[in-house]
Design a protein around this ligand. Sequence first.
Ligand SMILES: Cc1cc2nc3c(=O)[nH]c(=O)nc-3n(C[C@H](O)[C@H](O)[C@H](O)COP(=O)(O)OP(=O)(O)OC[C@H]3O[C@@H](n4cnc5c(N)ncnc54)[C@H](O)[C@@H]3O)c2cc1C
Length: 316
Amino acid sequence: MVVRIKAMEIQENVELKPHTVFKIGGQARYFCEARTLEDLREAVHFARDKSAPFFLLGAGSNVLISDRGFGGVAIKMMLQNLSISGMHVGADAGVSMARATAETIKAGLAGFEWAIGIPGTIGGSVRGNAGCYGKEMKDVLHSVRVFDAMTDELRVLSRRECHFGYRDSIFKKNPSWIVVSMNMYLESGVAQDSQKLVGKYSLRRRATQDIGAQCAGCMFKNVLWGAVDKSSLTKKFPDLREFSASPVIPAAFLIDRLDLKGIKIRGATVSTRHANYFVNVDNSTAEDVMALVSLVKDRVHRTYGILLEEEVQFIS
Ligand SMILES: Cc1cc2nc3c(=O)[nH]c(=O)nc-3n(C[C@H](O)[C@H](O)[C@H](O)COP(=O)(O)OP(=O)(O)OC[C@H]3O[C@@H](n4cnc5c(N)ncnc54)[C@H](O)[C@@H]3O)c2cc1C
């Protein structure tokens, strides 16, 4: 059944699998695509009227959806405005990171090239403070426009008010705060130089990651040195000293050292190229991935005493 609310359709029992990069997950009880702020407001009101939970879907590149699906309203963020004026860039939540990178380079701006290979949207990337190659969203972002689904209010948060941390932000603690758009200021650049940087980053990705694989990027967050006993850990495992100058121990390193690359549970496997990528190779279910997650967490914990924390968001 399809319910039409103003310009937006709300569909029932929609497969979520195709809306994720993992290609895993059951159906959403309700599904809609929010193309405007008004659509978003209507979708949230619809959920409220049904006393149903909602969740936001960007490009689905950092989620693992339960095989049983989601019993509420899945709202796909499709707000797509992107404006550039001088050094200022305004981008809606549904704009892809790749498009934002390409358009800023075209406009002669530099400083967002690193984002080219992140296959998500601005909204998902602000929430998770996405980053790579030493840069994160917080390094470029100036402010975020937020719709509060509890109070129906729109407000603007400064970068400081977003409480960004490593793959963390205030939005993770406040699931009713929806990222509607963000503002960033970049530097004046030369398009050719930026293109060269993009080429360099793309090559690095191709050399180390499974491009085009059905996965969700890094399954686990890297381990902050501040969260472990550095001196006893490096004494026991001297090879960890190579990361002494870095703020984190890469989760991929720990998994790789335990020889878990290529380990498989039914349709899900730990990538042979990047040990922190879990890949759906053969019609994997969420249950298969979860079993693999448990196995890897257990092995890392038993060996290193470190409890890995999932970066991927589990939706059920
Ligand atoms: C091959 C591959 C490579 C990757 N490389 C990187 C990398 O280098 N660095 C990195 O940081 N990540 C990487 N990722 C992970 C992922 O692309 C990022 O986390 C991305 O920012 C997620 O954006 P998304 O739109 O896909 O979010 P989704 O996966 O759709 O959603 C992620 C979470 O954000 C929430 N959300 C989505 N939109 C909004 C919104 N508008 N407001 C509030 N909450 C919202 C969702 O409810 C969910 O909880 C990679 C993933 C893949 C598959």
